[in-house]
Every structure is written in structure tokens, then in C-alpha cells.
Design a protein around this ligand. Structure first.
Ligand code: SF4
Ligand code: SF4
Length: 305
């Protein structure tokens, strides 16, 4: 492989087991000898490191640009406010513009176009990026500072970091797995946009189906390939009906994962099931279902090594 193949594990709703799937997929690739990077883009609730029994290291601040008007230099022309796409500069004729931080996207356009250099950068910390490693899987993780709203800027910083790593050495990783936040918003869109293969994780409930259809709408809008994993598929015996409903809608399945004690136990230990099973008894429905999913994924993504 000349550049890493990027798989995005996502899901329309929280609690479907998307992070559990992401860490186990990362583990299976690693067990097969692939160089794997896992990126946790669920920046409001980043917890992949907990499921990898890892520790967060190498904390770096993510700074966000906000415009600061230097009144001595400002001629009150209003050019900055006129061109601000998010209307984050309140401007009344013959007055100094007033920045509204809650709607500012940090794009720096005002800073670049001001004819008198009257805009300065008012940088603030909106979160952090960590790098770590566990079970021979590298991890990048973003964390949004409490009370901050610019989660998309943290996700963008994670993807810029990935881009830099690939630019320096495109063979550093064979596979990159992105774990998104739940929902179908701009953070999730950013990660889906960077991926080659999208794996939405759902569960066989009415809410699960509704949110799955929502995330599929976004994936199709972005013209990406996807295949679905149904987690907790044996829940209340609705599996067959749910799978049939997906089939009727033309939704392709990557596989399903039944309720399984081994999965719960691995979750409690903070060690991926497929790491525990690497050197131990290979029985169990959880192990078998992940193996089947991995086989389908290798075939779908034409992974060769
Ligand atoms: S573009 Fe510059 S000079 Fe004009 S109003 Fe904005 S800050 Fe002031
Ligand atoms: S940085 Fe961009 S969004 Fe923020 S005030 Fe300037 S032009 Fe508007």
C-alpha cells in the first residue's frame, strides 16, 4: 500500500458500540501485521484510550483564532464585517466592528483583508490533542475544552496532524481508523470526507434504524461507500426482522455482533476482545462475528499485505 487506507467507524446515535468496534478493527489489522493508527474524533467524549487500556500522553493545546480590533488602526470601513460569512462582526456605520466569538469560525478572513492591519489575533485554547500508543496501535485523540463549542476545529486539527504524518512518511501507516462522534453533524462529516470506507454501527431498535438512516443520508450525500455493522444483533430477538428491513432498503451489511459475555468482559477490562483472543481460546460468538466482519472488510477494501 502506498498510502494508508482510511476506514471511518461512525453511527447516527450514541451507545451503539462504535468505539468498541473501532478498537477491535484496529486490533485485528494490527494482529495481521498492519501498521495501524486509530484517531478518536469524538472530541466531546473521547474514550478510545480507555478501551485500549492506554494512557494519554504528549498533550498539545489547540488554539483558536478570534479577531481583536485595534481601534487606533481601524478606519471603521466595515470591510471585515461585509465579508464575514458567519456574521461574526457586528458593524454599525462609523463605529468599530465588534467580534461575536460564539459565531466566529476562526477563518481569519477579516485578519487577512483588513486594509489597515487593524485586526490582531486573539488566540484562545479550545482543547487539546494527545498522541499515545497501546498494544502496538498508535492513537491520536482530540479533546474539547469544557464550555467550548468549536469541536469541529479540534477534529480539523486531528486531520491536519494525520496529513502531516502522511506527507513526511506515506508508509508510516497501512490503515487508519477514524472513530467519530455520534450524530450527523459537521465533525462527523469532516471525518467521513477523509475516509475511503465508512462503517456505520447500529443496533436493532427503532431508534437505531432511524439514526442509521440519518447517517446514511449524510454518507450518500458525500458519495462514500459504506457497509453497516449491527451490534447487539441478538437483542430481544429482533435480528432477522431488522436485517430484513436493511435488505429491503438496499443497505449492505458488513456483519453483525450478537450480545456476548466475552465482549462485555473485554469492555470492563479495557482490553479489546480481539487482543484478549489473540493468545487464548478462540471460541465465542463475539470472536467469530468479529472474524467474519474482518474477512468481509478485507475483501471489500481489497486490503493486501
Ligand atoms: S476592515 Fe479593518 S479597518 Fe475596516 S472596519 Fe474592519 S478592522 Fe476596521
Ligand atoms: S475569523 Fe472569519 S468568521 Fe471570525 S470574524 Fe473573522 S471573518 Fe468572521
Amino acid at each position: 500500500m502506498v498510502k494508508p487506507k482510511i476506514i471511518c467507524v461512525t453511527g447516527g446515535k450514541g451507545g451503539t458500540g462504535k468505539t468498541m468496534v473501532a478498537v477491535n478493527l484496529a486490533t485485528m489489522f494490527k494482529n495481521r501485521g498492519y501498521k495501524v493508527l486509530l484517531i478518536d474524533g469524538d472530541v466531546e467524549n473521547p474514550n478510545t484510550y480507555l478501551l485500549l487500556n492506554g494512557k494519554l500522553k504528549n498533550k498539545t493545546e489547540v488554539l483558536y483564532f478570534l479577531p481583536k480590533i485595534i481601534e487606533e488602526k481601524c478606519n471603521k470601513c466595515g470591510l471585515c464585517a461585509e465579508n464575514c460569512a458567519t456574521h461574526a462582526l457586528l458593524y454599525i456605520k462609523n463605529s468599530f466592528p465588534i467580534p461575536i466569538s460564539t459565531v466566529c469560525s476562526g477563518c481569519k478572513l477579516c485578519y487577512k483583508i483588513c486594509p489597515t492591519n487593524a485586526i490582531d489575533a486573539d488566540l484562545k485554547i479550545i482543547g487539546w490533542i494527545y498522541t499515545s500508543s497501546a498494544f502496538n496501535i498508535d492513537l491520536f485523540l482530540g479533546e474539547l475544552k469544557p464550555s467550548e463549542a468549536s469541536s469541529a476545529a479540534i477534529v480539523k486539527t486531528l486531520m491536519e496532524k494525520l496529513k502531516k504524518v502522511i506527507e513526511i512518511d506515506q508508509n508510516k501507516y497501512d490503515v487508519v481508523i477514524l472513530d467519530t462522534a455520534p450524530g450527523a453533524h459537521c465533525d462527523v462529516e469532516e471525518l467521513i470526507n477523509h475516509a475511503d470506507f465508512i462503517v456505520p454501527v447500529t443496533e436493532p431498535t427503532r431508534f437505531g434504524k432511524l439514526d442509521l438512516l440519518r447517517i446514511i443520508e449524510l454518507i450518500e450525500l458525500l458519495e462514500k461507500e459504506y457497509k453497516v455493522i449491527v451490534n447487539r444483533s441478538s437483542l430481544l430477538g429482533f435480528k432477522e426482522k431488522f436485517l430484513l428491513e436493511l435488505e429491503e432498503k438496499g443497505i449492505e451489511l458488513l456483519g453483525d455482533i450478537p450480545l456476548d459475555e466475552d465482549i462485555v468482559s473485554s469492555y470492563c477490562q479495557g482490553i479489546p476482545l480481539m487482543e484478549i483472543k489473540r493468545n487464548s481460546d478462540k471460541s465465542g460468538m463475539g470472536y467469530q462475528s468479529f472474524n467474519e466482519i474482518f474477512k468481509n472488510l478485507i475483501e471489500w477494501g481489497e486490503f493486501v499485505k
